[in-house]
Design a binder for this molecule. Sequence first.
Ligand code: CUA
Length: 337
Amino acid sequence: MRRGSIAWLLGIGVVSGGVAAAVALALPWLPVDASREAGRIDFVFWFVVTICIVIFAVVAAAIIYSVVRFRAAPDDDSDGPPIHGNTRLEIAWTLIPTILVTAIGIVSAIVLSRNDALAKNALRVDVVAQQFTWTFKYPSGLTSATLALPKGRETQLRFTSLDVIHAFFVPEFRENEDIVPGLTTTINVTPTRVGTYPVICNELCGLGHATMRSTAVVMQPAAFDTWLKGQSKAVASPNTATAGAAIFKNNGCAACHTLTAAGASGKVGPDLDKLPAEAKQAGQPLAPFIQTSITDPNAYIQPGYPKNVMPQTFGKAFSKQQLDALVSYLISSSKGK
Ligand code: CUA
């Protein structure tokens, strides 16, 4: 090959690689990374992207050079020269991809095993997924509808599903995990950035899939301890208004229902400000109507709302005391509306 041709090939390759690198670096493709695991996963991502940019530059240079240099004249109908294989070229294009793919495999394996290594002082949170809500259970027995996490401490999330396949995804943590009925799956998260991030169900799981969202709140360790204590105290409060409000909040009710007293404006399920009118419509006294609607939601369906959307597990999840507190909270909150 002439020296001039090599210079052209190199030039086109450098320009195409530069353009591709600029597109990769200038645009904000990824959300902030908020965990140690995310940093490692991003490393694999950029490792692969760098390889891709180099390959893109080589291919672009070969194509652009060939299109210009070997362009046929408009009246040239002749066949090209007969070529039968090129052993050296074939060895090269087998060997180079093999080395690259093996390297990606090794880097990925190291990152995965590091992300899977669990620290001794890890916090364990059980995550229960069900159509269409998340419940986060802490070692103290506290349940919460939002995932509060202390910054800097490794947390193991253990997933179980009560019904169908869901998937847990927090883009800022970069990790996605399927939640399969009958299996317990896990991921580890070591938050590095205080903030509020979306928890998304990433597997089509039914009518309310798009509403199956929560938030992950990363706090300073001291703030996390305060939160944990405050929540536990509120749920166990002898004051039914305080306990009821905490139970309403911690079990994700606000995601689907409107209740002005709780600042909730969900539209998936019936409007809880109108409970007295709805009980009248159902022909039942208010208190037993509310209780049955929580423990056996399909017993009566408010016209205009679908069946089987409200989780049917709250009857088992709540103690008698918690249920009573929630019912009386809903009665007092909806009265006079
Ligand atoms: Cu749960 Cu989609």
